[in-house]
Design a binder for this molecule. Structure first.
Ligand SMILES: Nc1nc2c(ncn2[C@@H]2O[C@H](COP(=O)(O)OP(=O)(O)O)[C@@H](O)[C@H]2O)c(=O)[nH]1
Ligand SMILES: [Mg+2]
Length: 377
């Protein structure tokens, strides 16, 4: 940390000096009034003492991070035109030729820019924001590169402009996010790790289907692993006045489904297990085999992203059609929601925001997702 002291008549006098000597990243640590000159305390003049500092380590770290982001984006973009080009020039439809042209000029712009590009001061808060919100490197590098390109056309932009561009950038990304393509199946099975909120969320969804959509709902649970789990779901079934069945085997399941066949929708609860272990997936697969149902994977936002990935990877074989994320109220970090949609190309249809049944649940829309990105601002 480099610290310098300036004695000036006014703060604005110090600013150019600080910028000149310590650079644009300097911060003012303290200011205080001091008296200078004079004889025996007479004819002293009031001055301002300004302490300014430059945290070189922090600046170096930000620059390195920025360089890494640009490098990875450069690599990604280089690979994209290469891939499009390799698909053969002879049979390229017009639209694709145009895309290729755009990609190539992007590549050129990036190549020119990547060399020794410094992180502009106004983009720093965006970079810090994306990192603090735990957006993946892929998202961070994509967004930062776009912002850098954009900034070239606006010589005197502010950090607020940079955040506005960031928002626009996410709006574009969100447009490409997966949404549920087919109608949800009549039988919907909810799976996921222990304690993420499967049972609570099923009760919330049942409540909404019943009260708002006027659908008849049936519940099934295969969570006989914990004694209290059956009672938990039964309590909700009783409150809502809807049928509930407990199943332990594929045979049970077949019979229960028959009994509930007049319901519009059947929601099936399962035992939370440590699904980082594949053997639990196989057990579940055996139980569900032969049934026509959609699988909803439930993950908690309080879990580490790398752990969510392990679970999601293991569930790929079961054919997950949508994901719900719980306990959004217990964290201020929003990046993983978006990292997940980009990494898995699966829609996140519902986010849950508390323990109240049935209220603490939100259905995602492109607008609500965009609001979530900006929430931490
Ligand atoms: N803060 C918060 N707690 C939740 C949320 N959803 C569920 N819970 C709580 O998480 C705990 C486990 O929920 P439960 O539904 O039994 O999880 P399951 O084991 O996956 O079925 C309970 O105390 C729930 O009240 C949520 O969105 N926010
Ligand atoms: Mg449960």
């Amino acid at each position: 940390m480099k610290i310098k002291r300036y004695v000036v008549t006014h703060l604005r006098e110090a600013m150019p000096l600080i910028r000149q000597e310590l650079g644009q990243d300097a911060v003012i640590l303290n200011t205080k009034k001091v008296k200078v000159g004079g004889l025996f305390g007479l004819f002293q003049k009031q001055r301002l003492e300004v302490l300014a500092a430059l945290d070189e380590e922090k600046v170096a770290k930000e620059e390195t991070e920025f360089a890494t982001l640009l490098q990875s984006e450069k690599k990604r973009r280089e690979e994209t035109p290469d891939r499009v080009e390799k698909q053969g020039p002879d049979k390229q439809p017009e639209a694709e030729t145009q895309v290729l042209g755009e990609l190539k000029s992007m590549k050129e712009i990036m190549m020119q820019m990547m060399e020794n590009e410094r992180l502009p001061k106004q983009l720093k808060p965006v970079q810090a924001f994306l990192e603090a919100q735990e957006f993946s490197q892929t998202i961070r590098s994509g967004v930062m590169a776009e912002l850098l390109i954009k900034s070239k056309s606006y010589p005197s932009y502010t950090k607020e402009d940079a955040f506005t561009w960031m928002r626009q950038e996410f709006a574009k990304r969100i447009k490409n996010y997966p949404s549920i393509r087919s109608e949800p199946k009549k039988i919907r099975c909810f799976v996921g790790p222990t304690g993420v909120g499967k049972t609570t969320t099923i009760a919330k969804i049942a409540g909404h289907l019943l009260l708002k959509e006027r659908q008849s709902v049936g519940l099934i649970t295969s969570d006989t692993y914990r004694i209290a789990a059956v009672e938990q779901l039964r309590t909700y079934a009783d409150i809502l006045g809807i049928p509930m069945e407990v199943v332990q085997s594929p045979d049970d399941l077949g019979q229960s489904l028959k009994r509930l066949s007049t319901c519009d929708v059947i929601l099936m609860d399962t035992a939370g297990r440590n699904y980082q272990q594949y053997s639990y997936i196989t057990q579940l697969e055996t139980l569900l085999s032969g049934q026509e149902m959609s699988i909803t994977l439930m993950l908690s936002l309080t879990h580490r992203y790398s752990d969510m990935r392990l679970v999601a990877d293991n569930f790929q074989s079961l054919g997950v059609s949508e994901v719900m994320m719980t306990k959004m109220d217990e964290t201020t970090v929003r990046g993983p929601i978006f990292n997940f949609m980009e990494d898995y190309n699966l829609p996140i249809t519902i986010l849950t925001t508390g323990q109240n049944v049935p209220d603490d649940l939100v259905r995602t829309t492109p607008e609500s997702l965009l609001d979530l990105v900006m929430e931490g601002r």
